[in-house]
Design a binder for this molecule. Structure first.
Ligand SMILES: [Zn+2]
Length: 118
């Protein structure tokens, strides 16, 4: 449906949503150890916001939580970071069994947890 593409408030709205997503995700990372269920809720809300406003979650943000179980990553707590030096990739191994891998070569992607340039 092309009609749904109509902008609500235009750029301003998008910026506001981006801000909220950012806050939600950082909050999720903060509380993941104390209140995992809340952290999960924050990630879900952030993802829904992105979907509703057609905002890409973004490469950097995608690294903040598991794609499979949506739990925010807390290294040493619910996930392990492994290095695959042969393929020049960093592996995020979640406790749910999900594995995400990111190249650490400059060409592709941002360094881990760095925000994309605006
Ligand atoms: Zn997981």
């Amino acid at each position: 449906m092309l009609m749904a593409r109509k902008m609500e408030g235009g750029k301003n709205m998008r910026q506001k949503v981006e801000e909220r997503v950012e806050i939600l995700l950082s909050k999720a990372c903060e509380v993941v150890k104390a209140r995992p269920s809340d952290a999960l809720k924050y990630v879900k809300t952030a993802r829904k916001l992105c979907m509703r406003h057609r905002i890409p979650v973004g490469r950097a943000r995608k690294r903040m939580f598991c794609k499979k179980c949506l739990m925010p990553f807390a290294p040493g707590y619910n996930m392990k970071v492994r290095q695959d030096s042969k393929n020049k990739r960093v592996l995020y191994v979640c406790e749910c069994g999900g594995i995400r891998s990111f190249s650490y070569m400059k060409k592709k992607g941002y360094p881990v947890h760095e925000k994309p340039a605006d």
